[in-house]
Design a binder for this molecule. Sequence first.
Ligand code: URA
Length: 208
Amino acid sequence: MTGTDEDDVRPTSLAAIDRAIHQCRRCPIGLLDNTAVMGEGLKRSILMVVGEQPGDQEDRAGKPFVGPSGQLLDRYLAEAGIDREATYVTNAVKHFKFVQRGKRRLHQSPTSGEIDACRWWLDSELAVVRPKVVLALGGSAARGVLGKSVTISRTRGHPIPLDGGGEAWVTAHPSYLLRLRDAKKREQERLFRADLAAVAERLAELSA
Ligand code: URA
């Protein structure tokens, strides 16, 4: 599936990106019964947080990270002293990918090709917001931000310079923490907390 010529003119404002993603047919996800979910936050934010894609609740609300993963993210951000209100929050993929099972819409992970197709919009947001730090939550977000697949355990905990300016930090997706139990959960929560603390420290350095 290809975009139209019109799609290839990069929008230069958040409002224009928002309008354009609602028309996007660069991949098949936009053909499902869903709504594009635009990033949310200040036009100029020092931190951009990138998730995978909107979930069922985000699709209904038209806002990123409002469901269970978002509530968990909010808790960890607050604990690290990072103000979500001062952060731009978005997703690597702008539409909710799902399969219908009765009344339920079950999340489906986007393919690498779908993430790469949606990079056009993430790059457009990056060009407008120009964050100094981009925090990618999970593998799909990391691919969207870095343009290649990485292993979270090998990539987390240090900054990765971005071609367009600023730096990326990679950590797990909060939904991963929600799925774990017992000792593994405690260990992954500790790592997630440490990643957010490192990002908070970096933000303080960059703001000094
Ligand atoms: N998971 C994500 O990656 N993004 C959202 O907006 C919600 C859940």
